[in-house]
Each structure stands twice: as C-alpha cells, then as structure tokens.
Design a protein around this ligand. Sequence first.
Ligand code: HEM
Length: 353
Amino acid sequence: MNVWMSLIVSLIAIGAVVVVGAIGGLVPALHPVFGVVIPYAALAVFILGFIWRVLRWAKSPVPFPIATTAGQQKSLPWIKQDKLENPSTRWQVVDRMILEIVLFRSLFRNTRMELYKENGKLTYGWQLWLWAFALAFHYSFLVVVLRHLRFFLDPIPLPVTLLESVDGFLQVGLPSVMISGFVLLGAVGYLLVRRLYVPFMRYISLPSDYFPLFLIASIAATGILMRYVVRVDVVGVRELTLGIATLNPVVPDGINFLFYIHLFLVCVLLAYFPFSKLMHLGGIFMSPTRNLRGNSREFRHVNPWNYPVKTHTYDEYEEEFRDRMIEAGLPVEKQPAESGSATDTESAEDSAE
Ligand code: HEM
C-alpha cells in the first residue's frame, strides 16, 4: 500500500470509530448498547481472542533451542559463560526475560549503522530516544489503566489511591493533574511522528501500525478532555462501570457523549487487540528466541519429528563387502571369524588360500 494511503486509511478508520461512538453517546436509546452490550462483547472478544492466540503459539512445535544469544554459551569449564546473554538454565532465562520485560533491554541495546558520506566512515549510533519513549509509553499506559480500577472496584483499593496520589503529586489545579495521561499522549505522539518523519519508517508503516497509535492517542485525548475540559458526571460513570463489573448493568442518564466516545474507542481497542501487533504483550512470553535456553553445546537436541531415513552404516557396509575388501587387501574392522557368518568364514578361508 502507498505510504500515505496507510496513514489516510487509518485516519478514516479512527474517524469512523469516533463518529460511531459519538452517535452512541448522543442518542439516549443507544446508551444500553454502547454502555453495556458492546463493552461486554468487546471484553469477551479480547479474552477469547487472547487465549486463542496464546494457545496457537503454544501449539507451534519448537524442536530446537533457537534463543537469540549475544555472548558465550556454556561449554567447557575454563571458558567463561555469559549467563545473561546466553542463559543455559531456566533461572538465567527468567533473569534475562525480566530485564527484557521490565526495562526493554534489547531495545536499549539497539544501534543503527550509518555511513557518513563526508568521510566515508561507518558508525554505530545509539537509538536511545526510541527506548526512552517506548518505556514512557508502556509505563504510562499501565499506570493509567491501573488508576482506572477506581471505576470498577468498590471500595477503591489502597494501592490505586496511592498510585493516584503519586501520579498527581504536582497538585496543579483542580482536578489535580495526572501526569501519566499526558506522558501517554506525548509518547504516542513521538511514536507517530517518528513513523511519519523518518523516511524508512514511513516506508514500512502500514495501517496496522498507524491505527493502534491513533486509537490509543484518541483514548488518551478524550480522557484528558473529560477530566480537564468537559467535566463528565464521574458519579454516573462509576455507577455504570460498577454495574458492568458486578454483572448488574445500569445505564445512568446524563453522562456526556464524550464518555461514550472514550468507552467505544476502548472497546474497539479490546476487540482489535488479539488480532493486532499489540499481542506482543502475550507474545513476548511465548517467543522461543527469548524463552529457551542456549544449551546446544551441553545437549544434543534431536528433532523429534525427523522421519525415519534409511541409512547404511559402516558396519552394514562392511558386512556386505567384507569378502571383496579382504580380497582387495583393504583393512576390515571385523575378521570373518568374528563376524560369525558362514559365508564370511568360507570367504576368509578362500582369501587365506
Ligand atoms: C485502554 C484503556 C483506557 C485508557 C488508556 C484510558 C485513558 C484515559 C486517560 C489518559 C484519561 C485522562 C485522565 C487520566 O489521566 O486519568 C482518562 C480519563 C477517563 N477515563 Fe479512561 N482510559 C481507558 C479506559 C477507560 C474505561 C474502560 C472507562 C470507563 C468505562 C474510562 C473512563 C474514563 C473517565 C470517566 C475519565 C475521566 C476521569 C476523570 O474525570 O477523573 N476509561 N482515560
């Protein structure tokens, strides 16, 4: 697909989602559908889709250790193993995995090769901005989602309240400013601008790259609008969300249509999630290049589905040609007497003569 077409298609798609959400919010008769039915359906698609994807990955055969390694594998005792880069035990794999998941270590180590035309020098440069913004994006998303638990749990658990007070520590104005929401929007903005600005990123970007970014940016933007600009009836929202959580749905009147846009965007995100690149959330745990041990020097891994190949071993070869080998004066491993067959014995005698 043409580079700009990918962007335009995604913009049209996100525009359509916003319009449908707005209609759902503006037409009171549709509130039960957009406030209850669609959220439940989206949640069901998310959960079932997620399980289906993970099971499909789990079923894929992985006959060999194909861990991505960047260090010395465990081999002879006097050769120092790099336990982090080339883990050979399950715990070492867990250590590496934790650093990957919590700190995006491989992204931190990502470098880009560039050839400077002026002096013809080849250099490897750090790509730390991508790492920093990716971290900011994922952590702010996590914090925002955790803070939203206050809508679904009653009483609000202490950790959620604590998280809220840490996130709002700047205490700017009323309602207090939640930093994570703005960090989320800023980080999505960076990821989007990077795709559009860097020519080779633009070249490889598809609607499936832009759409999730637009979706998450729109969720954050409508959330921020609801909190700081168009105040929504949070009590009504909580009634609705607690109803959903307790399987006792109620649809209160008077909630601003912006809330329905926000909610519909979230539903689309949930339903889209299992079929999109966002599934790397589950995929990271299932990735054989990350979750396997680099132990191919310690153990011989035999492909369990090798089909039986008809082989002809040296023993069988010698058994077949022993007479002629002896005749030709070639060395044999077993003398005819040892091999035990009558023919062999006869031929040995023949040759002795
Ligand atoms: C992927 C999930 C979601 C994301 C990323 C998200 C993001 C945000 C953000 C960034 C804000 C701005 C204020 C803040 O930082 O807290 C916000 C506010 C809000 N969100 Fe969400 N949201 C999500 C899911 C939901 C859901 C499922 C609901 C309810 C069903 C909801 C209801 C609200 C409401 C009512 C506000 C205004 C809060 C206030 O005025 O204090 N959000 N959201």
